[in-house]
Design a protein around this ligand. Structure first.
Ligand code: HEC
Ligand code: HEC
Length: 594
């Protein structure tokens, strides 16, 4: 089913906190100390040194026990907790004030929730897979607990470990004595002790037991994790909140005209609901203005380059170049990114330095090696004025667009400002959705994969885990789900010594060195060359990279570090099958329409 929806525009009801609220905060610890991300200070009982880079899990079905022994079930209570993202709390709201003696919850989900229709979860819901990256997508069901890191194997080499606990039967009940007097705002602090989880009562060793699990039936690592989970949580402290909870203010729509036409946003039913900006609702008028701006060369210093010159629709909005070439002929360091399904992203550019599209779009205009124009000059030109002296390589400007009229239709007044330019471009970019590839039609039963494409899909979505007889290519960890990308940053082993620090430039953390946004693989056959610096020319080169070219470094993603040196072993036929599968992700309709 194709979904078209018009976002609810306003929802400005004030949030009132009336009944009692209990905040449960859970902190990952190792032997009483806060977990240090990516630090090699930990040892398994077998003496292996290791680090932890990811602790991400789902907790649900919270309940509080009254002193008379009865339980207060908090309906619909579910939390996604993620160490790296500082998500460490769940707020149980509107619960009756009173005294309780214990708390219980599930690590994982009950069967109903685990198999719920994921396309129905709102964008900020803890179970929205686009948010939590914990869904197995085509395999069905959630990962309840994802633990990942690196370890040093017996030959002293860096290796990855990835323990993913999943499957209905592995949802684990935790129960803790906690003498709580829940008044207006009470906070219960819990510790999640990872030393216990990996050690007691059942010790785990990466070398002996294996460095990865996907919790298939009868898997010994997942059985040990379940056994150890029960003792891994403990009560740290109970207190009353001092800072009042900030009522989530809903932003009001900016410059909304009295009359406007809501723009029908289109996507596929298998996609999750995106979090469209409420203060910049999609309107037909704004999208039209944004599109006109996107194709207008007046946005560049010499009127020689538009956004579309680097983001060409027939190449899924890329430019076919290794790295981008600016209006004045200078080359940048990075490969132009494809522009579609941006509505699901929260951070833009290869290292995620822009927090919104409206912030992003003003950067290429002003970037000295891209369009190199000032926002003031752009506004002057859009108002119909010529800026002198025009540079010698300027193309003849044909003033065909009546911008004051377009701005009036979009924002109510003819006045042109940089902010409105950014809002209109944001509107247009959000409408670029791609969801009609052969892959989608095969899922709907309208077309069939060739045997090679089918084989490629299997390889793509199967782990590489020889101990358990799995010999896939393990791509889905990062490129999984309907968008074929996780909204995260990873080092996929392209470099040992890095010219581009990537994500570290934003976070300042050495543990983010060489990490780049995981790109979508939709339309991948249209967007060569590949990677943040365009180093790989063809899809065959990309598959070769994952088979023999993965370079180990301190930040190599554990999901790749756990593979043999170089990458996943693949036969020539399997490599070709992966390429054939990737080509089924091309959406010809998207390429033609936009
Ligand atoms: C000179 C070529 C060039 C021009 C002109 C250009 N871009 Fe880009 N665009 C790029 C490159 C290169 C990147 C990646 C840059 C980086 O990561 O530092 C990019 C990234 C983006 C992204 C981020 C996508 C994502 O998934 O994070 C968006 C959105 C975008 N451009 C929109 C635009 C808009 C809108 C314009 C016109 C105002 C524009 N670009 C003009 C080359 C260009
Ligand atoms: C650990 C996460 C991870 C895994 C596993 C992974 N990738 Fe990637 N992939 C990335 C990242 C991150 C990039 C971008 C790296 C860069 O720009 O330097 C990328 C880039 C790509 C690109 C180029 C995209 C573009 O727009 O330039 C393709 C194609 C690709 N991966 C395919 C695959 C295939 C096929 C597999 C399985 C064999 C796979 N990936 C496994 C994280 C991963």
């Amino acid at each position: 089913m194709k979904i078209i929806f018009i976002a609810a525009l306003f929802c400005t009801l004030a949030v009132k906190i009336s009944a009692a609220t209990l905040q449960i905060e859970i902190t990952p610890k190792v032997a009483g100390e806060n977990l240090q991300p990516a630090s090699f200070r930990y040892r398994t009982s077998a003496g292996e040194t290791f680090s932890v880079t990811r602790v991400s899990y789902l907790a649900s079905d919270f309940a509080l026990q009254r002193n008379d022994g009865s339980w207060l079930d908090i309906s619909n209570s579910v939390a996604w907790l993620d160490f790296e993202r500082n998500r460490n709390s769940i707020w149980l709201e509107k619960i009756p004030a009173g005294e309780f003696c214990s708390v219980r919850f599930l690590v994982g989900l009950n069967t109903n929730l685990n198999h719920a229709d994921i396309s129905k979860f709102p964008a900020s819901h803890p179970l929205n897979p686009n948010l939590n990256a914990l869904h197995w997508s085509w395999q069905g069901g959630f990962i309840f607990l994802a633990l990942e890191g690196l370890w040093r194997n017996s030959s002293g080499e860096l290796d990855g470990w990835a323990y993913h606990l999943a499957r209905d039967t592995n949802a684990t009940r935790i129960m803790l004595a906690a003498p709580l007097i829940v008044t207006n705002e009470t906070k219960l602090e819990l510790d999640f002790n990872l030393a216990t989880l990996l050690n007691a009562p059942q010790p785990l060793s990466f070398g002996k037991d294996g460095s990865s699990t996907h919790s298939r039936n009868g898997d010994p690592i997942s059985a040990a994790l379940v056994k150890n989970l029960a003792g891994a949580f403990s009560v740290h402290r109970i207190s009353n909140l001092t800072d009042a909870q900030i009522a989530g203010a809903h932003p009001k729509p900016l410059y909304l005209t009295a009359k406007f036409t809501p723009y029908p946003f289109q996507m596929r039913a298998t996609f999750t609901i995106p979090d469209l900006p409420r203060d910049n609702p999609l309107t037909v008028e704004r999208v039209a203005l944004g599109k006109t701006l996107f194709f207008d060369r007046q946005l560049s210093i010499n009127n020689a380059q538009s956004c579309a010159d680097c983001h060409s629709p027939e190449k899924a909005f890329t430019d076919g170049r290794r790295t981008a070439r600016g209006a004045e002929g200078e080359f940048g360091m990075r490969n132009a990114m494809p522009l579609f399904n941006l509505a699901w992203k929260k951070e833009f550019f290869w290292e995620g330095r822009a927090k919104s599209l409206r912030e992003q779009v003003l950067q290429p205009i002003q970037n000295p090696i891209e369009m190199h124009e000032t926002l003031m000059n752009v506004v002057t030109k859009l108002n119909g004025n010529t800026i002198l002296p025009a540079s010698p390589d300027a193309r003849q400007r044909v003033p065909t667009n009546d911008y004051p009229a377009l701005f009036t239709a979009a924002f109510g007044l003819p006045e042109i400002t940089a902010e409105k330019i950014s809002l209109a471009l944001e509107n247009y970019l959000l409408t670029l959705t791609s969801f009609n590839a052969k892959f989608d039609r095969v899922l709907r039963g309208e077309e069939k994969f060739s045997p090679e494409e089918q084989r490629g899909f299997e390889l793509f979505s199967t782990e590489y885990d020889p101990r358990r007889g799995q010999f896939g290519a393990d791509c889905f960890h990062c490129h999984g789900g309907p968008l074929f990308q996780s909204q995260s940053f990873a080092n996929n082993g392209s470099d040992g010594t890095l010219k581009d620090l990537g994500r570290e430039k934003v976070t300042g953390k050495a543990s983010d060195r060489g990490k780049f946004a995981v790109p979508s693989l939709r339309n991948i056959a249209l967007t060569a060359p590949y990677m943040h610096d365009g180093r790989l020319r063809t899809l065959e080169d990309v598959i070769k990279h994952y088979a023999i070219g993965v370079v180990r470094s301190a930040t190599l993603d554990p999901n790749l570090a756990k593979h043999p040196d170089g990458g996943v072993p693949l036969s020539a036929a399997d490599k070709q099958a992966l390429v054939d599968f990737l080509k089924t992700l091309t959406d010809a309709q998207f390429a033609a329409e936009k």
